[in-house]
Design a binder for this molecule. Structure first.
Ligand SMILES: Cc1cc2nc3c(=O)[nH]c(=O)nc-3n(C[C@H](O)[C@H](O)[C@H](O)COP(=O)(O)OP(=O)(O)OC[C@H]3O[C@@H](n4cnc5c(N)ncnc54)[C@H](O)[C@@H]3O)c2cc1C
Length: 479
């Protein structure tokens, strides 16, 4: 049976059965075409339900050799490729319509070297896979806040989470990567080997090759950490966020804190006073080893107003890392997110955020404010590709809904909230929290990478001159 797949220019390539058999002959994973590529039981389907496009061909890799073969095959046949790690792209970059998907979702192995304090993580691992293994040794990599997110996309785009203030971004803790480049070579990227590629991988996204293995530096964390989760009425957000800001600016590095606004669902086990109620949740993690001291340092966050409910307590680190999972079910939600950095958080910016939080387009939509700083700001803006190393806050408008009829209204609301925030913010987006509806893939890249863009384009030209890896926040090669 012949498979028709598209090339980047939209033209079609016919792949006869014997050609696919040749690929499968060496491949350890699965080569799925036609009905197989429409597989509804795939392990990590795209998280964002707005993007249900199907590939013509899926190569589900089991290791670096499979990835290299898949890249070479796609290259030889001129196919348009998409790359999937954890499938959690907010922007819908987990799939490719009618092209070839190189799927790493079967590559979830994690190996911890507790003596050297290193973790070796395969390119399709989810955050929860890493936390599970590293916590066995009382160690952790700073990763994100939802355990089903892919390590790959998150790290290559920077990676904010609960340990940032103390230990930096996920990409700041990368010490080595194994990468399959567009010509099918397998390279090591580190401070010693291919340092330009290593620089670009730390924040530059999926532009430069497919990372089959990440080696991260580990830190002692847990098994218990201090956790603050205090629910205030959303109507009080203005006052609460002013006090939160003043606390956050002086908080110790062990504390990473944020405010999430949402309409809390009628979740079993949670008190009725917050059921279906708009709330502002002041959250924080304290990663210090003295739990009593940690809870004492978090105490002011529990007294920013009159809480409706307070679930602050010492908690296992792994429980904190998956605490937000129920709000982000895979493939169930349509999503359009936009974020922006803030150099200051003056009272009028807080008032604008509070007004937008009351005016969210639906109960599942969030307006979040994150405190950034600490170790994230210890790294120079040009030391890695990730250039944002000074803004103390970020605001994120995360619209989520289920009815396709709401697409236009939700996207429009998000854009208008983001535009309004440019009065107070830098206008610079965080690409991991940036959606794409009808924007070109290189739309936010210029402002997101700023003065690092030229260097990224030179490195792109060296490793991927034909823009083989183009379904990403696309850095265009020169020329
Ligand atoms: C519910 C939710 C919570 C989130 N929380 C956070 C958070 O706390 N902090 C944060 O920083 N971000 C967060 N994000 C954003 C997330 O980091 C990005 O969407 C990221 O791209 C997801 O990575 P993935 O591997 O799951 O993505 P995928 O959809 O699998 O891939 C997206 C893109 O990443 C690249 N990519 C994936 N795997 C590889 C690989 N092995 N090698 C090279 N390139 C690859 C490709 O360009 C691909 O198109 C969250 C997203 C969601 C949906």
């Amino acid at each position: 049976m012949t498979v028709t797949a598209i090339r980047p220019d939209g033209s079609q390539e016919q792949l006869a059965e014997d050609i696919l058999q040749e690929l499968q002959a060496h491949f350890r994973g699965a080569v799925l075409a036609q009905e197989g590529a429409q597989d509804a039981t795939e392990p990590c389907p795209p998280w964002n339900a707005m993007f249900t496009d199907r590939p013509a061909l899926v190569t589900r890799c089991t290791g670096t050799a499979d990835v290299a073969d898949a890249v070479t095959f796609a290259r030889d046949h001129g196919l348009l490729v998409g790359i999937r790690g954890g499938g959690h792209s907010v922007a819908g970059l987990s799939t490719v319509s009618d092209g070839m998907l190189i799927d790493l979702s079967a590559m979830r192995g994690v190996q911890v070297d507790p003596v050297r304090r290193l973790a070796h993580v395969q390119g399709g691992a989810l955050l929860g896979d890493v936390d599970r293994e590293t916590q066995t040794f009382g160690l952790a990599v700073p990763l994100g806040r939802v355990s089903e997110t892919g390590v790959a996309g998150l790290t290559l785009g920077g990676g904010y989470g609960h340990l940032n203030a103390k230990y930096g971004l996920s990409c700041d803790n990368l010490v080595e990567a194994q990468v399959v480049t567009a010509d099918g070579r397998v390279l090591t990227a580190s401070a010693e080997e291919n340092p330009d590629l290593f620089w670009a991988l730390r924040g530059g996204g999926g532009n430069f090759g497919i990372v089959t293995s990440f080696t991260f530096r580990l830190h002692p964390v847990g098994p218990m950490v201090g956790f603050a989760g205090t629910f205030y009425p959303l109507a009080d957000l203005g006052e609460v966020e002013r006090r939160w800001r003043d606390y956050a600016l002086d908080a110790p590095r062990e504390v990473t804190t944020f405010i999430v606004t949402m309409t809390f669902p009628a979740a079993p086990g949670m008190p009725e006073v917050i059921h279906d109620r708009p709330v502002a949740i002041v959250g924080a993690v304290h990663c210090g080893s003295d739990i009593d001291a940690a809870m004492a340092e978090l105490q002011p966050l529990r007294e920013l107003g009159s809480p409706l409910f307070d679930m602050s307590q010492p908690m296992p680190y792994t429980a904190v890392q998956s605490a937000f999972d129920p709000f982000f079910p895979r493939r169930a939600l349509r999503a359009y997110w936009k974020s922006q950095y803030l150099e200051h958080l003056p009272d009028d910016a807080i008032d604008a955020i509070a007004a937008r939080a009351l005016d969210r387009p639906g109960p599942m939509s969030l307006v979040n404010t994150f405190r950034l700083g600490g170790a994230v700001h210890d790294v120079g803006a040009e030391e890695t590709a990730f250039p944002e190393r000074s803004a103390p806050f970020m605001v994120s408008f995360d619209s989520m809904w289920t009815d396709p009829a709401q697409d236009r209204a939700a996207v429009a609301w998000t854009r208008s909230a983001w535009d309004q925030m440019t009065t107070y913010g830098t206008g610079v987006p965080f690409l991991n929290f940036t959606s794409i509806a009808d924007e070109p893939l290189d739309a936010g890249v210029g402002s997101a990478f700023g003065r690092n863009l030229d260097r990224l384009r030179r490195i792109k030209t060296t490793y991927d001159p034909d823009n083989f890896f183009r379904l990403n926040n696309n850095v265009l090669p020169l020329g």
